[in-house]
Design a protein around this ligand. Sequence first.
Ligand code: NAD
Length: 245
Amino acid sequence: MRLDGKVALITGAARGQGAAAARRFVAEGARVMITDVLDDQGKELAAELGAEYCHLDVSSEDEWADAVAFTVATFGDITVLVNNAGILHFSALADTTLADYQRVISINQVGTFLGMRAVVSSMKQAGGGSIVNVSSVEGLGGMPYLVAYTASKFAIRGMTKVAAMELGQHGIRVNSVHPGAIDTPMVSTALGRPIDVSPIGKKLALRRIGQPEDVANVVLFLAGDDSAYCTGGEFVVDGGATATH
Ligand code: NAD
């Protein structure tokens, strides 16, 4: 029970990597608030796991205030936040509209900022906590056709370091996770039609695409006390994708 006594809020947890983290967290003893904009899927998963569900569009300041208040009222002060919600938008830089760009930034980047800010007071009250921000390998290097996504994921990596420097004195650790290609609906539906994801990992050192559980295991490590001396770090989970030069 590596998360015994922890109270965790996970964003974008109705499916994909967030759902895998919710499963691991519950199995390891955490009380988990699953949040998402996919209410039916989120409620179903919460009922299955014995977790709770709360609607939370991470780009909304008001919804963050409500979700944090509901979590504290339900479970007590928050000790783990996983800023996992995110969206992808593929388009050439020259074809990316301002609206496209702003939509990605408002969810991925602003959502992460709002989330960290929203839990600080509760985590201080609890005597500390762990914030895990889900960036990407696109937060470490550029990727064509992903200008807004890449910008948002670099920003998450930067904000993580600022938050780690400011909040360490309060026992709050902040780290970023950088997944490579992971088999979730984000990838399998990225082109607006079903994609066979199996060839994606064939050229990687580990010869396979990542699974949501591969990322959830690293998120679990960062959420729990096994990572007590880790803050401001970047944790790559990419099957070796960025090991090359
Ligand atoms: P996913 O699309 O399966 O899950 C993303 C979740 O975020 C969904 O449940 C979705 O409803 C939710 N979401 C979208 N907009 C939201 C909003 N405004 N407010 C709250 N929730 C919202 O994809 P995933 O792969 O599980 O993605 C999880 C995270 O991992 C994302 O931040 C993504 O950028 C990152 N990531 C994914 C990959 C990959 O290859 N799948 C690689 C690197 C990083």
